[in-house]
Design a binder for this molecule. Structure first.
Ligand SMILES: [Zn+2]
Length: 458
């Protein structure tokens, strides 16, 4: 055999059986790895960038789905974000492993993975802070100072950099006002870092339903709110359990991760104890302007924060154990997006109604339908009274029983309100619907009472 042929065969063999390699990936290596996964699974993946860091590095996302680049109505969007703190590197490596794993297992005919890929649109952002990572990586594992590389290149902690919407929701909960999709401040772009701005625009351009943000420095699944409801005590916000209206659901989502994880559920980790391996964010320590609370208050997305390792920058030799400890949890968490209820909101002519509000009686947090008219509402098993409303249309209310398995399909066909003189006004340029008052309050209330079935347990 000629030497050239031998080298060629060797390379071919290496390419075919190349094992998943456990190493820390610097920026160039990370980009190569994402494109390698894309080249291995071109039909179910797409690489795209949501923007650039301060130093110009791309924030690359790997999308995994049966039709990458396309939102299929009723197929939920889910995301993972890693390495928001540049020196907390395990999430970055786990998300690269996960990307390779999903690709390989899909190719190997793994039924569970194939189903996940077919029914879900998965977006993976392995590094939200690639500049900080390079600073931390230059120091190397273990040697790195506890905070070296945590912030972005402007020295800003990205998980304290999102617009603070908690203050508004706490006010609204007390005095009335919207319970979802709180607006951004007018000058928000000038108040946030480039990485934060890119991520906010990303959150606004997809109708994400479920998400996790991967950190390090502890081992616990942390759920909102992160910012304490309590008043400041001598300048500091006191730590106090600060539940969202979806508290039970968030606890369940956090427990799915902790119990599918190798050891998180045990609770004793890194010198801390968290029962079941989960915690409300603010009851651990209060944090303002974080990404988790922002997801819940500004979008339809339910996000939790996963603290995955005591050592923020573990050595390479620890990566295989960490991957085995997290693999099942990462998959099970993605599968959680397929619970609760979902459906289409249509008018009488079967046109999609985007931005329709879906309310669940007893839970003071609404979600909205996406651009395609489809909505997703994660719910625990139980019986619920669900109402869809859209400006210019009569509300429609149904009773629905949710089981522990597949989501229940609940479609709404809204009828145009008779009391409305003119059809739904459209904004001059953007095409977004404008809210118009359509029906006298008393008439609507009376109709709601007749249509609304008996309230079930929530
Ligand atoms: Zn962190």
């Amino acid at each position: 055999m000629s030497e050239l042929l031998s080298v060629f065969l060797h390379l071919l063999l290496f390419k075919l059986v190349a094992p998943v390699t456990f190493r820390h990936h610097r920026y160039d290596d990370l980009v190569r790895t994402l494109y390698k996964v894309h080249n291995e699974c071109p039909h179910i993946t797409r690489v795209y960038s949501v923007g650039r860091s301060v130093q110009g590095r791309h924030l690359y996302v790997l999308e995994i789905s049966d039709y990458p680049g396309i939102h299929e109505p009723l197929e939920p969007e889910v995301k993972y974000v890693g390495n928001m703190h540049g020196n907390e590197v395990l999430g970055r490596e786990l998300l690269l492993q996960l990307s390779e794993f999903l690709c390989e297992e899909f190719r190997n005919g793994n039924q569970r993975v194939a189903r996940l890929v077919q029914d879900t649109r998965i977006h993976i952002l392995p590094s939200m802070n690639p500049d900080g990572y390079e600073v931390a990586a230059a120091q190397g594992p273990n040697a790195s100072g506890y905070l070296v590389g945590r912030n972005n290149a402007n020295g800003v902690d990205l998980n304290r950099n999102f617009p603070d919407l908690n203050t508004y929701i706490y006010y609204n909960e007390k005095y009335g006002g919207p319970n979802h999709h709180l607006p951004l401040p007018d000058n928000w772009k000038s108040q946030v870092e480039p990485e934060t701005q890119a991520v906010i625009q990303w959150l606004r351009s997809f109708n994400f339903v479920l998400s996790a943000n991967l950190h390090g420095g502890a081992v616990v699944a942390n759920y909102p709110y992160d910012k304490s409801l309590e008043q400041r005590v001598r300048g500091f916000r006191s730590t106090a359990n600060s539940p969202t209206p979806d508290d039970k659901l968030f606890q369940k989502l956090a427990k799915v991760y902790s119990y599918a994880h190798g050891w998180m559920y045990q609770g004793w980790n890194c010198g801390d104890y968290f029962p079941d391996g989960i915690t409300n964010g603010a009851s651990w320590y209060s944090l303002s302007k974080g990404m988790q609370d922002f997801n819940y208050l500004h979008t339809n997305c339910f996000e939790i924060t996963l603290e995955l390792s005591c050592n923020k920058f573990p050595g390479q030799e620890e990566l295989p154990r960490e991957w085995l400890g997290n693999r099942e949890a990462l998959i099970q968490f993605l599968e959680q997006v397929h619970h609760g209820i979902k459906g289409m909101v249509l008018d009488e002519n079967y046109n999609n109604l985007a931005g329709a509000v879906i309310s669940v009686s007893g839970i003071n947090h609404d979600v909205t339908s996406g651009d395609h008219g489809d909505y997703f509402r994660l719910l625990l098993p139980g019986t619920y009274t669900v109402t869809a409303t859209a400006p210019g249309f009569d509300p429609e209310t149904v009773s629905v029983t949710v089981g522990p398995g597949e989501p229940v399909l609940v479609n709404f066909h809204l009828k145009r309100s008779i009391a409305q003189a003119s059809p739904v006004r459209r904004a001059p340029s953007g095409g977004r619907r404008v809210r118009v008052k359509v029906q006298p309050r008393a008439a609507r209330k009376k109709e709601m009472e007749t249509k609304q079935p008996r309230r079930g347990p929530a």
